[in-house]
Design a protein around this ligand. Structure first.
Ligand SMILES: [Zn+2]
Ligand SMILES: [Zn+2]
Length: 334
């Protein structure tokens, strides 16, 4: 098998590799590292490109859905459709942060991964059977980390100076998933990357491909959770402990409750979903009482309820800014 790479990279990285035993994907993997000719840049560039491709690739369907009125019946806050100008504004901000903060920082990914014994350029690639439990573990770890860190971000100064930016949109949309202060990206990003780093450090059995699979799935989760739509076929209707858009949309609308990312269990166990559950009960009761009511009346009642929750959210936001780190309320000194 012929690879058009330089002999130096070929010899350094892949000496002793039996190319005839490689799968198609493994051949592409090897070809990429040989083509770039520098493992640090090869890993950094692949990470950056994959992120951009998946982030914007996954956001495009949601932009299209927002432009088609047919889908409004599944919009969680149907009175708040993001305008193209709003979406463009958000895209510019996200791109700016990707190119000015993420792109330079991502160059550290390869040395960081290698320092904890992670496989990077190496082949063979791990099997699905190896990857699946590792990816689940990273989901579990990140979800709990996010549950705690996100609550800390809802207190006093951390909220005011950092997390407030992400709450600009009380009715989020896909592109808004990464609309956040750089410090927030670093704080919450720790939960995404610390799982794989710790796992690799202790287990010495992790390939960077598994980390990519994890991050790409997490990106899908984050964008979908911000989409603002709950379809009858959305994942949370199939897996009841999956959070989905319906869970996170409430967090943006009511500004309280539902602090975790992927799963519902921590918010349920610690009771940080009480207002959300009351709200669901009110919606269900309102829907039951609407039987026989005209479509216009149904819409009016639904909007009234949403406006009420939103007003409560605005009050909750103002309150968070005055709350201390451990949740105690600061009394204003006159
Ligand atoms: Zn928040
Ligand atoms: Zn959010």
């Amino acid at each position: 098998m012929a690879f058009n790479g330089t002999a130096s990279v070929f010899n350094q990285l892949y000496s002793g590799t039996d190319y005839s035993s490689l799968s198609w994907l493994e051949q592409q993997w090897v070809a990429w590292y040989i083509w770039i000719d520098n493992p640090v840049i090869a890993t950094g560039l692949m990470s950056f490109l994959l992120h951009e491709l998946v982030y914007f690739g996954r956001s495009i369907p949601w932009i299209i859905i927002d432009s088609i009125p047919y889908f409004r019946k599944w919009k969680l806050q149907p009175n708040k459709i993001p305008t193209p100008a709003e979406q463009w504004e958000c895209t510019k901000q996200v791109l700016l942060s990707h190119f000015t903060i993420e792109a330079p920082a991502i160059i550290l990914f390869h040395p960081m991964a290698e320092s904890v014994g992670m496989f990077t350029h190496h082949v063979p690639l791990p099997s699905l059977k190896t990857m699946a439990p590792q990816v689940f573990l990273f989901f579990f770890f990140e979800d709990f980390f996010h549950f705690l860190a996100h609550q800390a971000l809802h207190t006093g100064l951390l909220y005011k100076h950092i997390h407030k930016m992400h709450h600009k949109y009380s009715a989020p949309f896909g592109l808004a998933a990464e609309y956040a202060h750089p410090a927030e990206v670093m704080i919450l990003g720790t939960g995404t990357i610390a799982g794989p780093l710790l796992y690799s450090y202790f287990m010495r059995d992790l390939h960077i491909l598994t980390v990519y699979v994890w991050i790409l799935l997490r990106l899908f989760q984050a964008i979908d959770a911000h989409s603002g739509y709950d379809f009858p076929w959305s994942l949370q209707h199939i897996i009841p402990f999956w959070s989905g858009a319906e869970h996170h949309d409430f967090h943006h609308m009511a500004f309280t409750n539902n602090f975790s990312t992927s799963f519902r269990w921590w918010d349920r166990i610690f009771g940080t979903d009480d207002k959300y559950r009351q709200y669901r009960a009110r919606i269900d009761a309102a829907k039951a009482s609407m039987k026989g009511v005209s479509k216009e009346e149904e819409l009016r009642l639904e909007r009234e309820l949403l406006a009420e929750i939103e007003a409560e959210g605005i009050r909750a936001e103002a309150e968070a800014e005055t709350r201390g780190f451990l949740g105690e309320k600061k009394t204003k000194v006159q």
